[in-house]
Design a protein around this ligand. Sequence first.
Ligand code: ADP
Ligand code: MG
Length: 560
Amino acid sequence: MASMMQPQIILLKEGTDTSQGRAQVVSNINACTAVADTVRTTLGPRGMDKLIHDDKGGVTISNDGATIMRLLDIVHPAAKILVDIAKSQDSEVGDGTTTVVLLAAEFLKEAKPYVEDGVHPHSLIRSYRTAGNMAIQRVKELAVSIEGKSLEEKKSLLAKCAATTLSSKLIGGEKEFFASMVVDAVLAIGNDDRLNLIGIKKVPGGTMRDSFLVNGVAFKKTFSYAGFEQQPKKFLNPKILLLNIELELKSEKENAEIRLSDPLQYQSIVDAEWNIIYDKLDKCVKSGAKIVLSRLAIGDLATQYFADRDIFCAGRVTEEDLQRVAAATGGMVQTSVNNVIDEVLGSCEVFEEKQVGNERFNIFSGCPSGQTATIVLRGGADQFIEEAERSLHDAIMIVRRALKNSTVVPGGGAIDMEISKYLRQHARTIAGKSQFFVNSFAKALEVIPRQLCDNAGFDATDVLNKLRQKHASGEGANYGVDINTGGITDSFANFVWEPAVVKINAINAATEASCLILSVDETVKNPKSESAQGEAAAGAMAGRGGGAMRGRGGRGMRRR
Ligand code: ADP
Ligand code: MG
């Protein structure tokens, strides 16, 4: 009786929604599978692209897992973890973003029947962690070093890695062309960690093959005033002055309030301003520079002044471009024209203003510190060039990684099959139910070759059986999917190479993510966050292509 008298304990605010237990784990797994299904078809050289239409009317066509995941605007709390690992893979190694999502989702999918049968998630997690570590260890053992080669050899090896990355992209048709361009660009910047030293400029028009690499800096001609036409457009070994000040007559006499007692003083005020700007311009000229660049405006007076003295000038150069010019030419950006000494001036072998398609470009080549490169991308539609830029970014990252770590593994699912075999063998030595879990992990790794086949329209079961047999025979460790014939082939001999870090990072992140999702058995939504999210969702739903995702990944989902 006493217990009935006790007041009810209210722990959470009214309207709070919680779901917990096994059903919650299963529901989270389903959400992750749904997310992976959207990027599944983009994997590999025969993968399809996605067109994503955002609420501002922008259209993005992409094959890049991270880009797609970012644009999908996923709201499911557990599925968001997959978005995060795709992003982290993108920033960490630059490629393998689809791979990491697929792996994580497949680990979870394999775990689902066990969870439904009442296995405690922590047993699964423990086995998955061990399996993940063993897999990574094995990748490291199998990786082949490309260290100690001559520059020429190294270049061609790096180009192979870049070509593998590019083969799954829209510009895959010209992968050799772009791969060597990327390798040259990366080698140009040497060991510098600043990725923005490689500029990518997009100029619509022309064909892909019209793209070119500038061994230095190139940027689009900035807005210019009258007088610009008379300035010379080409210099050999010019000195370059970089500024962060305005060279413009501000006509302060119209803006400022000045009290005068004598009308004659008016002229002296007007003169003062002219004197100041002439003084500045004079100092620029005296510095000996033939090219003057400024982040801020260079007005018509200054333009004419420089033109009369055979000096080239450009105002409103973007910060990024100015920094790259500074890095390339060895100049330093000045905030004052007083005391411009010779050391702060940059130099290059050739400066030229050139026509590229419909645009004029300022090009600095033969720069002394040589630590910059600019790729000028040409191509038809805007979306196409945008995707080409993203693809080149992947390739650049891959070449940098390969250069740093110097180990590669065979792609095309070869390394995945080999690890899978290794883990299956290991599983046989384990007593207890952990054997099943490690086996499932091993099976999940096969998702990569299977998906490569599916996307190319091959019979995945058939190819996978051949691969399993080849790998089991002990001498087929490098065999992967042959994307051209639908059979199997030695991926290593065919130069389908990936830096080992891509795989290591992907397996690591996917294992972590799947363990994280398995360990969550309760989601609590407080009423406030729910209504806030509801509003945001309603806003985003309007006219959004990804709207369907929201429904699928939504909380009420029970898809099996
Ligand atoms: P991700 O975003 O994960 O990098 P991709 O669409 O770039 O996805 O596909 C990468 C996969 O395609 C890798 O597993 C790689 O080994 C495979 N691959 C790339 N080129 C080839 C090729 N020529 N033949 C077979 N597989 C390839
Ligand atoms: Mg890729």
